[in-house]
Ligand binder design. Structure first.
Ligand SMILES: CC(=O)[C@@H](O)[C@H](O)COP(=O)(O)O
Ligand SMILES: NCC(=O)COP(=O)(O)O
Length: 244
């Protein structure tokens, strides 16, 4: 079955806009679990713009489904991950000035360094995932450094769809499809995510090699109108329909 990981970062974005404790991302995570999420994703950015260290503590204490801990490949984040030992660690690139994660992690040029970086995470029992562009060279490098999972960055595909650039969207989709097949052929587990909405999720959900989607921003936005539980259930329904 195709798993749905719900990313609760942007509950924290709303909370941090005012400071204080509300809305609580851990409460959103529990609700997501009850609505059928197979996992929770949280990205502890270096600048702590949304998720805070205390949120990771609370999620680790509270969740019954696996936590996918997204983080930059820094010493500080490695120490936090090794303290908590989440089910999965997903390495993502971070630029301080970016509004959201713009691309995939540069693995090919940092192979040796990243191989050393992920070794202790694997030894601690975390599944190591790389948030990555649909690029063969990067995927081959992710495989060589010992990552078990790649998460294909679907942001460009989603943006092209939203902007109505359907010819370019289809080219980007073909690239994602080809690289999902390629990564799977290397023995990597394939996930996908970023920017997915009700409108564009189905083709990605239908890719047979993809076993997990991580979806956040759209679901948290949609929850304003419908509530989080119905938003997650609708996404789940669309994913299942695409897979049927
Ligand atoms: C890596 C990634 O895609 C997620 O972390 C998600 O997009 C939420 O984080 P930002 O919105 O801060 O990029
Ligand atoms: N890794 C992608 C993710 O967790 C969710 O991205 P988004 O749906 O918040 O854009």
């Amino acid at each position: 079955m195709l798993r749905l990981g719900v990313n609760i970062d942007h509950v924290a974005t709303v909370r941090n806009a005012r400071g204080g404790a509300y809305p609580d991302p851990t409460r959103a995570a529990k609700l997501a679990e009850e609505a059928g999420a197979d996992g929770i994703t949280a990205h502890l950015r270096e600048d702590r713009r949304h998720i805070l260290d205390a949120d990771i503590d609370a999620l680790m204490d509270t969740l019954t489904v696996p936590l996918n801990f997204e983080m930059a490949a820094t010493k500080e984040m490695q120490a936090i991950a090794l303290r908590h030992k989440p089910h999965a660690v997903c390495l993502v690139p971070e630029k301080r000035e970016e509004r959201t994660t713009e691309g995939g992690l540069e693995v090919a040029r940092e192979e040796n360094q990243l191989a050393h970086y992920i070794a202790p995470l694997r030894e601690a029992g975390c599944r190591v995932s790389i948030f990555i562009a649909a690029d063969q060279q990067q995927i081959e490098a992710a495989n060589r450094i010992g990552a078990q999972v790649i998460e294909l960055h679907t942001g460009a595909y989603c943006d092209l769809h939203a902007e109505g650039h359907f010819a370019e969207r289809d080219i980007e989709f073909a690239r994602l499809r080809e690289m999902a097949t390629f990564a799977h052929s290397l023995g990597l587990e394939v996930h996908a995510g970023h920017g997915l909405t009700y409108d564009c999720v189905k083709p990605i959900a239908a890719l047979p090699e993809v076993v997990e989607l991580n979806i956040g921003h759209f679901l948290i936005g949609e929850a304003i109108f419908s509530g989080l539980d119905p938003a997650i259930r609708e996404m789940r329904r669309l994913m299942d329909e695409a897979r049927a």
